[in-house]
Ligand binder design. Structure first.
Ligand code: APR
Ligand code: ZN
Length: 282
Protein backbone atom coordinates (compact mmCIF):
# COMPACT_ATOMS: atom_id res chain seq x y z
CA UNK A 1 0.00 0.00 0.00
CA UNK A 2 1.47 3.35 -0.96
CA UNK A 3 1.80 6.14 1.59
CA UNK A 4 0.66 9.68 0.77
CA UNK A 5 3.67 11.67 -0.48
CA UNK A 6 5.04 13.81 2.32
CA UNK A 7 6.25 17.37 1.69
CA UNK A 8 9.69 16.24 2.81
CA UNK A 9 9.82 13.43 0.24
CA UNK A 10 8.88 15.94 -2.45
CA UNK A 11 11.80 18.10 -1.29
CA UNK A 12 14.25 15.18 -1.21
CA UNK A 13 13.31 14.55 -4.83
CA UNK A 14 13.62 18.24 -5.66
CA UNK A 15 17.12 19.08 -4.36
CA UNK A 16 20.30 17.12 -5.13
CA UNK A 17 22.79 18.59 -2.65
CA UNK A 18 21.84 18.77 1.00
CA UNK A 19 23.52 19.97 4.14
CA UNK A 20 21.89 18.48 7.24
CA UNK A 21 22.25 20.07 10.67
CA UNK A 22 21.45 17.66 13.50
CA UNK A 23 20.93 18.11 17.22
CA UNK A 24 20.22 16.16 20.36
CA UNK A 25 16.70 15.18 19.22
CA UNK A 26 18.27 12.77 16.73
CA UNK A 27 19.94 10.76 19.47
CA UNK A 28 16.88 10.69 21.75
CA UNK A 29 15.78 7.33 20.34
CA UNK A 30 19.27 5.98 21.04
CA UNK A 31 18.50 6.50 24.72
CA UNK A 32 20.38 9.79 25.05
CA UNK A 33 17.91 12.46 26.22
CA UNK A 34 17.97 16.03 24.89
CA UNK A 35 19.26 19.19 26.59
CA UNK A 36 15.98 21.07 26.16
CA UNK A 37 12.33 20.08 25.90
CA UNK A 38 9.89 20.87 23.09
CA UNK A 39 9.31 24.36 24.54
CA UNK A 40 13.04 25.04 24.56
CA UNK A 41 13.35 24.82 28.36
CA UNK A 42 16.76 23.69 29.64
CA UNK A 43 16.37 20.29 31.33
CA UNK A 44 19.77 19.79 32.90
CA UNK A 45 21.84 20.93 35.82
CA UNK A 46 24.01 23.98 35.22
CA UNK A 47 26.46 23.21 32.40
CA UNK A 48 30.20 23.43 32.86
CA UNK A 49 31.80 26.63 31.58
CA UNK A 50 35.00 26.65 29.52
CA UNK A 51 36.80 29.28 31.65
CA UNK A 52 35.82 27.70 34.97
CA UNK A 53 37.05 24.31 33.83
CA UNK A 54 40.48 25.67 32.96
CA UNK A 55 40.83 27.90 36.00
CA UNK A 56 39.33 25.87 38.85
CA UNK A 57 40.52 22.47 40.04
CA UNK A 58 37.14 22.00 41.79
CA UNK A 59 35.30 22.37 38.46
CA UNK A 60 37.59 19.83 36.84
CA UNK A 61 36.91 17.47 39.74
CA UNK A 62 33.19 17.97 39.19
CA UNK A 63 33.50 17.37 35.46
CA UNK A 64 35.67 14.26 35.60
CA UNK A 65 33.80 12.73 38.54
CA UNK A 66 30.46 13.08 36.80
CA UNK A 67 31.94 12.04 33.48
CA UNK A 68 33.49 8.92 35.04
CA UNK A 69 29.94 7.79 35.80
CA UNK A 70 28.26 9.31 32.73
CA UNK A 71 30.61 8.37 29.89
CA UNK A 72 29.58 4.68 29.61
CA UNK A 73 26.00 5.77 28.81
CA UNK A 74 27.18 7.61 25.69
CA UNK A 75 29.89 5.08 24.85
CA UNK A 76 27.38 2.22 24.82
CA UNK A 77 24.55 4.03 22.96
CA UNK A 78 23.81 2.64 19.50
CA UNK A 79 22.92 4.58 16.33
CA UNK A 80 19.19 4.52 15.58
CA UNK A 81 17.20 4.39 12.35
CA UNK A 82 17.60 8.13 11.73
CA UNK A 83 21.41 7.87 11.86
CA UNK A 84 21.26 4.89 9.50
CA UNK A 85 18.87 6.62 7.10
CA UNK A 86 21.20 9.63 6.91
CA UNK A 87 24.16 7.34 6.18
CA UNK A 88 22.10 5.74 3.39
CA UNK A 89 21.23 9.15 1.90
CA UNK A 90 24.94 9.99 1.87
CA UNK A 91 25.60 6.74 -0.01
CA UNK A 92 22.93 7.75 -2.51
CA UNK A 93 24.85 10.98 -3.11
CA UNK A 94 22.24 13.29 -1.67
CA UNK A 95 24.13 14.61 1.35
CA UNK A 96 27.15 16.88 1.01
CA UNK A 97 27.65 17.30 4.74
CA UNK A 98 26.11 16.55 8.11
CA UNK A 99 26.88 19.27 10.62
CA UNK A 100 26.13 17.74 13.98
CA UNK A 101 25.93 19.51 17.31
CA UNK A 102 26.01 16.11 19.00
CA UNK A 103 29.23 14.89 20.57
CA UNK A 104 28.20 11.22 20.65
CA UNK A 105 29.69 10.15 17.26
CA UNK A 106 26.56 8.16 16.41
CA UNK A 107 26.46 9.49 12.82
CA UNK A 108 29.94 8.12 12.13
CA UNK A 109 29.12 4.85 13.86
CA UNK A 110 26.10 4.51 11.55
CA UNK A 111 28.41 4.86 8.54
CA UNK A 112 28.22 8.55 7.62
CA UNK A 113 31.59 9.85 6.39
CA UNK A 114 30.82 13.46 5.60
CA UNK A 115 30.29 14.72 9.12
CA UNK A 116 31.59 17.72 11.03
CA UNK A 117 31.37 17.44 14.80
CA UNK A 118 30.61 21.12 15.36
CA UNK A 119 30.90 20.88 19.15
CA UNK A 120 33.63 18.27 19.15
CA UNK A 121 33.60 14.64 20.22
CA UNK A 122 33.31 13.04 23.61
CA UNK A 123 35.39 10.00 22.70
CA UNK A 124 38.60 12.05 22.53
CA UNK A 125 40.55 13.85 25.26
CA UNK A 126 43.24 16.47 24.69
CA UNK A 127 46.02 17.80 26.89
CA UNK A 128 45.79 21.60 27.18
CA UNK A 129 49.52 21.79 27.87
CA UNK A 130 51.36 19.50 25.44
CA UNK A 131 48.56 18.81 22.94
CA UNK A 132 48.67 15.01 23.39
CA UNK A 133 45.46 13.25 22.34
CA UNK A 134 43.87 10.24 24.03
CA UNK A 135 40.97 7.91 23.50
CA UNK A 136 38.35 8.76 26.12
CA UNK A 137 38.24 5.08 27.04
CA UNK A 138 41.93 5.11 27.95
CA UNK A 139 41.31 8.03 30.29
CA UNK A 140 38.24 6.22 31.66
CA UNK A 141 40.43 3.31 32.72
CA UNK A 142 42.91 5.73 34.25
CA UNK A 143 40.10 7.48 36.14
CA UNK A 144 38.80 4.13 37.36
CA UNK A 145 42.22 3.21 38.74
CA UNK A 146 42.43 6.56 40.54
CA UNK A 147 38.88 6.33 41.87
CA UNK A 148 38.18 2.68 42.73
CA UNK A 149 35.48 3.76 45.21
CA UNK A 150 33.27 4.69 42.22
CA UNK A 151 33.29 1.18 40.76
CA UNK A 152 29.72 0.04 40.22
CA UNK A 153 28.23 3.57 40.02
CA UNK A 154 25.97 3.83 37.00
CA UNK A 155 23.86 6.64 35.57
CA UNK A 156 21.33 7.27 32.86
CA UNK A 157 22.87 8.47 29.57
CA UNK A 158 23.12 12.25 29.09
CA UNK A 159 23.91 14.09 25.85
CA UNK A 160 27.22 15.43 27.15
CA UNK A 161 28.23 12.31 29.09
CA UNK A 162 27.39 13.99 32.38
CA UNK A 163 25.84 12.33 35.45
CA UNK A 164 24.52 13.45 38.79
CA UNK A 165 26.97 13.24 41.67
CA UNK A 166 26.49 15.30 44.82
CA UNK A 167 29.08 17.86 45.98
CA UNK A 168 30.23 15.62 48.82
CA UNK A 169 31.03 12.81 46.37
CA UNK A 170 32.70 15.18 43.91
CA UNK A 171 35.09 16.44 46.61
CA UNK A 172 36.82 13.05 46.79
CA UNK A 173 37.31 12.62 43.03
CA UNK A 174 40.89 12.29 41.79
CA UNK A 175 41.35 13.98 38.42
CA UNK A 176 43.40 12.30 35.69
CA UNK A 177 46.32 14.37 34.39
CA UNK A 178 48.05 14.06 31.04
CA UNK A 179 49.94 10.77 30.96
CA UNK A 180 52.77 12.42 29.00
CA UNK A 181 53.34 15.76 30.76
CA UNK A 182 51.06 15.86 33.82
CA UNK A 183 49.11 18.75 32.26
CA UNK A 184 45.40 19.52 32.28
CA UNK A 185 43.21 17.11 30.31
CA UNK A 186 40.04 18.33 28.65
CA UNK A 187 37.49 16.44 26.57
CA UNK A 188 37.65 17.38 22.88
CA UNK A 189 34.33 19.21 23.14
CA UNK A 190 33.27 22.83 23.09
CA UNK A 191 31.93 23.82 26.51
CA UNK A 192 29.65 26.78 27.10
CA UNK A 193 31.78 29.90 26.87
CA UNK A 194 34.25 28.13 24.59
CA UNK A 195 34.36 28.73 20.87
CA UNK A 196 34.06 26.46 17.86
CA UNK A 197 37.38 26.52 15.94
CA UNK A 198 37.15 29.00 13.07
CA UNK A 199 38.26 26.53 10.37
CA UNK A 200 35.52 24.12 11.47
CA UNK A 201 32.88 26.82 10.98
CA UNK A 202 34.43 27.77 7.64
CA UNK A 203 34.27 24.17 6.40
CA UNK A 204 30.57 24.10 7.26
CA UNK A 205 29.95 27.40 5.50
CA UNK A 206 31.81 26.20 2.40
CA UNK A 207 29.58 23.14 2.17
CA UNK A 208 26.51 25.29 2.70
CA UNK A 209 27.50 27.66 -0.11
CA UNK A 210 27.59 24.82 -2.63
CA UNK A 211 24.44 23.12 -1.34
CA UNK A 212 20.86 23.41 -2.54
CA UNK A 213 19.07 23.07 0.78
CA UNK A 214 19.61 23.02 4.54
CA UNK A 215 17.66 20.50 6.61
CA UNK A 216 17.62 20.78 10.40
CA UNK A 217 16.72 17.62 12.32
CA UNK A 218 16.09 17.48 16.07
CA UNK A 219 17.60 20.74 17.28
CA UNK A 220 16.05 23.61 19.22
CA UNK A 221 18.65 25.87 17.54
CA UNK A 222 18.87 27.80 20.80
CA UNK A 223 22.64 27.85 20.60
CA UNK A 224 24.09 30.39 18.19
CA UNK A 225 26.73 28.07 16.73
CA UNK A 226 24.02 25.94 15.08
CA UNK A 227 21.52 28.75 14.50
CA UNK A 228 24.10 30.76 12.52
CA UNK A 229 23.91 28.25 9.63
CA UNK A 230 20.18 28.86 9.33
CA UNK A 231 20.78 32.59 9.07
CA UNK A 232 23.62 31.98 6.63
CA UNK A 233 21.42 29.75 4.44
CA UNK A 234 18.77 32.43 4.20
CA UNK A 235 21.38 35.07 3.35
CA UNK A 236 22.63 32.77 0.56
CA UNK A 237 19.09 32.27 -0.70
CA UNK A 238 19.19 28.56 0.20
CA UNK A 239 15.90 27.10 1.47
CA UNK A 240 15.74 26.04 5.11
CA UNK A 241 13.64 23.06 6.19
CA UNK A 242 13.19 22.03 9.81
CA UNK A 243 11.86 18.81 11.32
CA UNK A 244 11.76 19.24 15.08
CA UNK A 245 9.42 18.17 17.80
CA UNK A 246 9.05 21.59 19.36
CA UNK A 247 9.89 25.23 18.85
CA UNK A 248 13.20 26.33 17.38
CA UNK A 249 14.91 29.69 17.26
CA UNK A 250 14.75 29.62 13.44
CA UNK A 251 11.03 28.87 13.04
CA UNK A 252 10.40 32.26 11.45
CA UNK A 253 13.25 31.76 8.96
CA UNK A 254 12.12 28.32 7.78
CA UNK A 255 10.64 27.70 4.34
CA UNK A 256 9.04 24.60 5.84
CA UNK A 257 8.76 23.66 9.49
CA UNK A 258 7.44 20.22 10.37
CA UNK A 259 6.80 20.09 14.09
CA UNK A 260 6.90 16.35 14.54
CA UNK A 261 8.96 13.34 15.60
CA UNK A 262 11.81 13.01 13.06
CA UNK A 263 11.66 9.27 13.60
CA UNK A 264 8.32 9.22 11.77
CA UNK A 265 8.48 12.10 9.31
CA UNK A 266 12.09 12.04 8.21
CA UNK A 267 12.42 8.28 8.30
CA UNK A 268 9.35 7.71 6.13
CA UNK A 269 10.55 10.25 3.55
CA UNK A 270 14.13 8.87 3.53
CA UNK A 271 12.90 5.30 3.11
CA UNK A 272 10.52 6.23 0.29
CA UNK A 273 13.31 8.17 -1.41
CA UNK A 274 15.74 5.24 -1.08
CA UNK A 275 13.16 2.84 -2.44
CA UNK A 276 12.56 4.99 -5.48
CA UNK A 277 16.32 5.43 -6.10
CA UNK A 278 17.48 1.89 -5.52
CA UNK A 279 14.30 -0.03 -6.15
CA UNK A 280 15.00 -1.82 -2.88
CA UNK A 281 12.35 -1.81 -0.21
CA UNK A 282 14.31 -0.89 2.93
N1 APR B 1 12.34 14.15 16.57
C1 APR B 1 12.45 15.50 16.40
N2 APR B 1 12.77 16.34 17.41
C2 APR B 1 12.98 15.81 18.61
C3 APR B 1 12.88 14.42 18.87
C4 APR B 1 12.54 13.58 17.79
N3 APR B 1 12.43 12.24 17.94
N4 APR B 1 13.15 14.21 20.20
C5 APR B 1 13.39 15.43 20.73
N5 APR B 1 13.30 16.40 19.79
C6 APR B 1 13.53 17.85 19.90
C7 APR B 1 13.33 18.47 21.28
O1 APR B 1 11.96 18.77 21.49
C8 APR B 1 14.17 19.73 21.15
O2 APR B 1 13.43 20.79 20.53
O3 APR B 1 14.91 18.04 19.67
C9 APR B 1 15.29 19.31 20.20
C10 APR B 1 16.64 19.16 20.86
O4 APR B 1 17.08 20.43 21.24
P1 APR B 1 18.26 20.64 22.29
O5 APR B 1 18.09 19.69 23.44
O6 APR B 1 18.35 22.08 22.59
O7 APR B 1 19.56 20.11 21.50
P2 APR B 1 20.49 20.90 20.51
O8 APR B 1 19.71 21.88 19.69
O9 APR B 1 21.29 19.88 19.82
O10 APR B 1 21.42 21.70 21.51
C11 APR B 1 22.43 22.50 20.96
O11 APR B 1 23.18 23.15 23.13
O12 APR B 1 23.83 22.77 25.30
C12 APR B 1 24.25 22.92 24.02
O13 APR B 1 26.31 22.19 23.19
C13 APR B 1 25.02 21.72 23.52
O14 APR B 1 25.13 20.83 21.27
C14 APR B 1 24.26 21.32 22.29
C15 APR B 1 23.58 22.61 21.89
ZN1 ZN C 1 50.33 16.79 28.16
Amino acid sequence: MSRPTSPLLTLLNHHDRWVVLTGAGISARSGIPTYRDAKGTWLRTEPIQHGEFLQQEAKRQRYWGRSLIGWPGVRDAQPNDIHHALADLEQQGLIDLIITQNVDRLHQRAGSNKVIDLHGRLDRVLCRDCGAGYEREEIQQHLQRLNPHYAGFTAQARPDGDADLDDHQVASVKVADCLACGGVLMPDVVFFGGSVPRERVESCKRALRSSEALLVLGSSLQVYSGYRFCKEAKQLGIPLYIVNEGVTRADDLADLKIEHDAMEIFLAAAHDYAQAVTGINV
